[in-house]
Every structure is written in structure tokens, then in C-alpha cells.
Design a protein around this ligand. Structure first.
Ligand SMILES: Nc1ncnc2c1ncn2[C@@H]1O[C@H](COP(=O)(O)OP(=O)(O)OP(=O)(O)O)[C@@H](O)[C@H]1O
Ligand SMILES: Cc1cn([C@H]2C[C@H](O)[C@@H](COP(=O)(O)O)O2)c(=O)[nH]c1=O
Length: 694
């Protein structure tokens, strides 16, 4: 017996309640319009500035052109990586309305100077300045929205609605901006000279910022709010998401971001190589953004019975494969279509990841989406900087395949990005896969028919033994040193699970059964002297064998969630690492004692042994009173066990406040939960799922 197969992630894919339930104020609607207009300006600034950079380097070689465009793109994104917290603080200090208007006017002024100065250096500086001003603008407008949703009252509902509205109106205009750029490029081609063709898009972008300023000016007042806490993306990534599975989500999003950013980074130059101009470049961007919008819509709605995590991994891999095709194709129209397809996969990956990581109990918790956004933004900057560098370094080559195949640096760089993306996508898929052992193709086929695939052996067992639903239970163990907070967190997790309607059995080791209580007394009584290390190991294993047979297994067999305060890993850490016996021997004895039952999730509460023991008030028992070096070895042992099996473990810093820990643990537990009431439970028990305490 191994993991109990909790196959489906918690149903987090359903969208949060709409803002239609709120009666929106006029100021809110105006600020929302301003956000949309500002978003349009920002998105239009991207092709306008990059096309200008390409035009300014048109007489240089392809390497210089692609690097100029990549540089502008990286500078447009860099402030979001480096300056997000500064923008948040600054936005809170000054008059919001005035600041939005000034930022718009400055963006306008900077853009208008680009064609006048007409140098690459100033174009790049302008990209950075516009991005900084846009960051400031967006941070303060977003922070003001919740207070404007309903007259002066800011609450959870208004915050959630405001966040969603802001995301929609900021990112929604991207395809419109790309299409507008195509239109402007076509007009400019017809009417303006070679030297000033790209100026039109810059002037129109400046005009859009002027409209944005006018809309803001029409808002009577924008209330000041608390300082905006904008987390630094690099810090969020450095801290990590906390769990191996969440890292899988991050990796999948990074793959989607890498593949999309790689295309954008070389799109202007590649379009030229394929015989297109600015209009072709705009078409590629339109394809990508329209595809992404469709993917965002599709992600939560497609293949509903299919595992969201598998879908996310597959979307990431598919984006990378599509990039391979895009790199090899030499026809601009086909490139536009493959880019759109890549956008669909990337958008679906983003929508799936954010929905699956969101906590339905805390819809205003922005940590998961902040983490994913940080991953996407940082990956974007790296791709914008690195892909053009690689393209430039490779240069142009002619391959003698069937009469000659022009292999440009841009195509090679896209291929390299695709291979990196493919590797990351495959690792993400493996990390995220919550249906291990279930073949992918029949699983997908069943989902296409609106069903959940059950392997034949499972299906027949279920038919023959309808009462034996042991595979539906979930086993969670809490581990850690003395006083780490295992009992506290196990209790809080059980309360939370019961609140959600689960049948929960809380238990502990040693001493959960009658025999176990006697063994516990022998093991922990300080009067027990001369007990050999092997005998101690066997007594703990005997307690565990009784525990599994009489408490844990029956509970899992009926589909309950078992929450145990300590399990096998305690023996590996204490009797193995602590007593310095061979860990494999202790593991083997325990595997036999438990019939190989391994928890679905082990929460390791990590704390320095002295800090943990300082928390305890009762006199130290036989094990607690062992010297510090023993407990240090136990701690190191737990850490080694966790590192060896990161998918099963959640390691938390137990010196943090209880409530914070409990939230992080709930967050991880949600990933392995089955539906609260297993189908047919009532048929068997005739009752609502039971709550049992041992
Ligand atoms: N995060 C925390 N911060 C501060 N104190 C805590 C925290 N978690 C638990 N405590 C306190 O520490 C003490 C020990 O907690 P608890 O009994 O949950 O730890 P334990 O790991 O189960 O201990 P034992 O090793 O005895 O089984 C209790 O007084 C509890 O209230
Ligand atoms: C299960 C198990 C426990 N121990 C030790 C660890 C503790 O010192 C005690 C149990 O005390 P608690 O307050 O109930 O946590 O027993 C061990 O050495 N080996 C084990 O397998």
C-alpha cells in the first residue's frame, strides 16, 4: 500500500463572484475607464517603441537590431521587477488624482520626444521611463479601486471585485493595442516616408495617455488609502512558494512566460526576415495576445473532468512544442497562427495555475497570484535580454538541407528557448501530476467525453467491493522535534477539515491504542532504564503496527482523513539518526509493521531543538531528556528525510505564529483533498460522514 489516491485537486477552478452584485460608484467606473485607456497606451507603447528601435538600427546587422529590440523590451519590464515596492510606497504618499494626471502627462511628453531626439539611447531611456511611470500609475490606480467600488467602504468583496476588474481592464486592451498597431503601420506605410513611419504609433500612444489624463481629471476625488504593499518579485521568487507542488506551478508558468517572451523578443526582426514589416510584427503580437485571451477564457472551462494540474503541465509542454514549430516555419502567415496557438496554451496555463493555486477560503489572498506574476515577469525580463543576445551571437547560417535552408540566429534562439521550455514543462508536468500511474491518453479521452478515467483494475475492484473504499482516504502525518507544535497544528488542521465536511480521525504515536498506551508508558517513563536501542525501535514499531491495524487502516478504508501526530518518520529520525542506528534497518522494520503504509502528506514542523523544548511545561520524558546533540541529529534527520521526498513533505518554519502556519498547512492540504463527501457514502453509512476522535 502506498499513497492513497486523492485524485482531484480541490475545486478551485470556479470563478469568484462577479462584481455585478455590487452597485458601482461613478468614480469607480471612471477610474476603471482610465485604467483601460492607460492599459491600451501601455500595450501600444510596446510595439511603438520596439519598432522605433528596429527602425533606428535598420542599417546595422541583424544582431544589433534584435538586441536593440530586446533591450527596449527588457527595459519596459525591468521596473516591474526592481521597483514594484518603491512604486507602492510612493503611490501612497502623494495626492492620487494629481499623481495619475502628472504621470500621464509625463508619459506623453517622453513619448513625443522619442521621434524628435531620434536616437536608440533615448528610445531605450524612454522605454524605461514610460515603464516606471506606468508602474506608478497602475499601482496607485489599482490601490484606489477598492475604496471606490461602493461609496467609501472597502471590504473583502470590494477588494476581490476591484482586483479582478483591474486585471481585466489592464490586460484586456493588449489585443486591441496590437491590432491598432497593425492598422497604424498600414496607414503609415501608405502615407509617411521611410524615416518617420514609426512615429505615428508613438504619437497615437502619447494621445492615448492624454485621454487617460482627461478621464482621471473628470474623477472628483480619489481617496488616499493605506500604503500599498507591493511585494518585490525577486524576493517572492527567492523565498519560494513553500511547497514542491507550488514550485511545479511556478515552473509551468515560467515555461509559458519564456515561450511567449521569446517570440516577442525576436518578433520584429524575424518578421523582417520573413518578408514582413511593422504590420507583420503587429500581426504576430495580435496573434499572441488574442490567443492568450482565448486561453485565459478556455483554461478554467476546458476538459472539466481532467486534472487541472495535468492540464497545466500539458499546456506548458504544448507551448514549448509550438515554439519549436514557430522557430522552424518560414512563412509569416503560418508564424502568426502558430504564435496564436502558443498564446492559447500560455493563457490556459496562466488561468489554470492561478485558479488552482487560489484559496477559495481566502479569495482576497494575493500571495499565490503575486508569486506566479513574479515568476512570469522575471522570466520575461530574462528572456527579453537573453534570447536576442543568443540570436545575435549565432548570426545567420545556411544549412544544406534539401536545397538550402536559411537558418537565422532568431530561429536558433527560439529553438534553444523552446528546448529549455520543453525541459521545464516536462519537469513541471511530473511535479504537478496528481494522477501518477494513470495513463495520460485514456485519461484525456475520458475527459473529452466528460468523464473521469478509472483504470480497469480500479473500476473492477470498485464494482466487486463497493464498501471497500479505502483508497479514497487521505493520510496526513505531523512530524518534528519536541515542542515544535505538532499537536497544535494537527488539531487545527482537523478542525478546518471537519469544518469543510470531511470525516476526520485525529490520532497520535505512541499510544493511540490500549496496547499502545502501555507501550508508551514503557517507552517514555524515565524509570525505564537499560532499554537497548534495538528494543526501543521495536517497541515503537510494535505500537505503530497496532496503531495502523486498529486505527489508521480502518479509518482510511472507510474513506476518512487520518491526521496523525507522529508516524514512521519519527522512528527514522529518533531511532535511526538520533540513536545512530542504520536508518534502512529502522525503515525496513517499520515497513513490515505498517504493511508499507506511507502518508499522503507529511508536515514537518522545523524548529531548533532548544526553542521547541523551551515551549514545553511538563517535565521532560525519557526521550525529551536526552542530550542536545541527540536532538540536533533528530532535527537533521527529519530535514534529510524531507529533502529525499519533497513531494510528500511540507516543511514549515515552526517558530512562526500558529495562525500563519496553520494557513500554510491548509493551503498544502487542499492540494490532496478528495471531494468532501465521497460518492455513495450515504448509501453505505446512511449518515453524514462521521467525525471521530481517538
Ligand atoms: N507556532 C507556535 N508559536 C509559539 N508557541 C507555539 C506554537 N505552536 C505551538 N506552541 C505552543 O508550544 C507548546 C507545545 O506545542 P505542541 O504540544 O503543539 O507541540 P508538540 O510538537 O506536539 O510537542 P510534543 O513534542 O510534546 O509532542 C504549546 O504550549 C503550544 O501552545
Ligand atoms: C513515534 C515516536 C516517538 N518518539 C519519541 C519522540 C517523543 O520524544 C516521544 C513522543 O512524545 P510526544 O510528546 O507524544 O510527541 O517519543 C520516538 O523516539 N520514536 C517514534 O517513533
Amino acid at each position: 500500500m502506498t499513497r492513497t489516491g486523492a485524485s482531484r485537486p480541490h475545486p478551485a477552478a470556479s470563478p469568484p463572484p462577479g462584481d455585478s452584485s455590487l452597485s458601482l460608484t461613478r468614480s469607480f467606473r471612471r477610474l476603471r475607464t482610465a485604467l483601460a485607456v492607460s492599459g491600451l497606451g501601455l500595450w501600444l507603447a510596446v510595439p511603438a517603441l520596439t519598432a522605433t528601435a528596429a527602425a533606428l538600427t535598420r542599417d546595422d546587422d541583424a544582431a544589433a537590431r534584435v538586441q536593440a529590440v530586446g533591450g527596449v523590451l527588457a527595459l519596459l519590464l525591468l521596473p516591474a521587477v526592481l521597483l514594484a515596492p518603491v512604486a507602492g510606497t510612493l503611490a501612497a504618499r502623494v495626492d492620487r488624482r494629481l499623481m495619475l494626471i502628472i504621470a500621464d502627462v509625463l508619459r506623453l511628453a517622453v513619448l513625443v520626444t522619442v521621434p524628435l531626439v531620434d536616437t536608440l539611447v533615448w528610445t531605450m531611456a524612454a522605454a524605461f521611463l514610460v515603464a516606471c511611470l506606468s508602474l506608478l500609475w497602475t499601482s496607485s490606480a489599482r490601490a484606489s479601486l477598492p475604496a471606490l467600488v461602493t461609496e467609501g467602504t472597502e471590504n473583502d468583496e470590494s477588494r476581490v471585485a476591484a482586483h479582478r476588474v483591474a486585471a481585466r481592464v489592464l490586460y484586456g486592451p493588449a489585443p486591441v493595442a496590437a491590432l491598432l498597431f497593425v492598422f497604424l503601420a498600414l496607414i503609415a506605410d501608405e502615407t509617411l516616408g521611410r524615416g518617420s513611419r514609426d512615429d505615428l504609433a508613438l504619437y497615437v500612444t502619447a494621445a492615448v495617455f492624454l485621454i487617460s489624463a482627461a478621464v482621471v481629471a473628470a474623477i472628483r476625488a480619489i481617496p488616499a488609502t493605506e500604503p500599498i504593499h507591493a511585494p518585490a518579485p525577486l524576493k517572492l521568487i527567492f523565498q519560494g512558494p513553500g511547497t514542491a507542488v507550488a514550485r511545479g506551478f511556478g515552473l509551468a508558468v515560467a515555461t509559458a512566460a519564456l515561450t511567449s517572451a521569446a517570440i516577442v523578443a525576436v518578433a520584429r526582426v524575424r518578421t523582417g526576415e520573413l518578408g514582413g514589416g511593422d504590420a507583420g510584427y503587429g500581426s504576430v503580437l495580435t496573434g499572441l495576445t488574442l490567443g492568450a485571451a482565448f486561453g485565459l477564457f478556455l483554461g478554467p472551462r476546458v476538459l472539466v473532468p481532467f486534472s487541472r494540474r495535468r492540464l497545466l503541465g500539458l499546456a506548458a509542454v504544448a507551448a514549448a512544442v509550438t515554439l519549436v514549430v514557430t522557430a522552424l516555419v518560414l512563412n509569416l502567415v503560418v508564424v502568426v497562427f502558430t504564435t496564436a496557438l502558443l498564446g492559447v496554451f500560455a493563457g490556459a496555463a496562466w488561468a489554470t495555475a492561478t485558479a488552482a493555486l487560489a484559496d477559495p477560503d481566502a479569495p482576497d489572498d494575493t500571495r499565490p497570484s503575486n508569486y506566479l506574476r513574479s515568476v512570469a515577469v522575471v522570466t520575461g525580463v530574462v528572456a527579453f535580454a537573453a534570447v536576442p543576445l543568443v540570436a545575435g551571437a549565432i548570426g545567420s547560417h545556411r544549412l544544406a538541407i534539401g536545397g538550402g535552408y536559411d537558418f537565422d540566429g532568431t530561429a536558433a534562439a527560439l529553438l534553444i528557448a523552446a528546448v529549455v521550455g520543453l525541459l521545464a514543462g516536462v519537469v513541471a508536468y511530473r511535479r504537478l501530476d496528481d494522477r501518477r500511474g494513470i495513463p495520460l491518453v485514456p485519461d484525456l479521452r475520458a475527459a473529452l467525453n466528460g468523464e473521469v478515467y478509472a483504470p480497469p483494475e480500479q473500476a473492477s475492484t470498485a464494482e466487486q467491493q463497493p464498501v471497500q473504499r479505502g483508497q479514497r482516504g487521505v493520510f496526513i502525518a505531523f512530524e518534528g522535534g519536541e515542542g515544535a507544535g505538532k499537536t497544535t497544528q494537527a488539531r487545527l488542521a482537523a478542525i478546518w477539515l471537519r469544518d469543510h465536511g470531511y470525516d476526520v480521525v485525529t490520532t497520535h504515536e505512541p499510544g493511540a491504542t490500549k496496547i499502545g498506551m502501555r507501550l508508551r508508558a514503557m517507552l517514555l517513563d524515565r524509570d525505564t532504564t537499560g532499554l537497548s536501542d534495538r528494543a526501543e525501535s521495536l517497541l515503537y514499531a510494535a505500537d505503530r503496527a497496532d496503531h495502523v491495524a486498529n486505527v489508521i487502516k480502518p479509518a482510511l478504508d472507510r474513506g476518512a482523513i487520518v491526521v496523525s501526530d507522529r508516524y514512521v518518520d519519527s522512528s527514522l529520525a529518533y531511532q535511526g539518526f538520533g540513536r545512530q542506528q542504520r536508518v534502512e534497518d529502522v525503515a525496513r522494520v517499520n515497513a513490515w509493521a505498517t504493511g508499507g503504509l506511507v502518508p499522503d502528506l507529511t508536515v514537518l514542523l522545523e524548529i531548533p531543538p532548544r526553542d521547541g523544548r523551551d515551549r514545553l511545561s511538563a517535565p521532560a520524558d525519557r526521550i525529551e531528556s536526552l542530550p542536545d546533540d541527540f536532538h540536533e541529529r533528530v532535527r537533521a534527520g527529519f530535514r534529510a528525510l524531507a529533502e529525499a521526498d519533497p513531494d510528500r513533505y511540507l516543511v514549515v518554519d515552526a517558530s512562526r505564529p500558529q495562525a500563519e502556519l496553520s494557513r500554510e498547512i491548509q493551503y498544502r492540504i487542499r492540494e490532496i483533498l478528495p471531494d468532501p463527501v465521497p460518492a455513495g457514502t450515504e448509501d453505505v453509512t446512511s449518515t453524514f460522514p462521521a467525525i471521530t476522535e481517538f
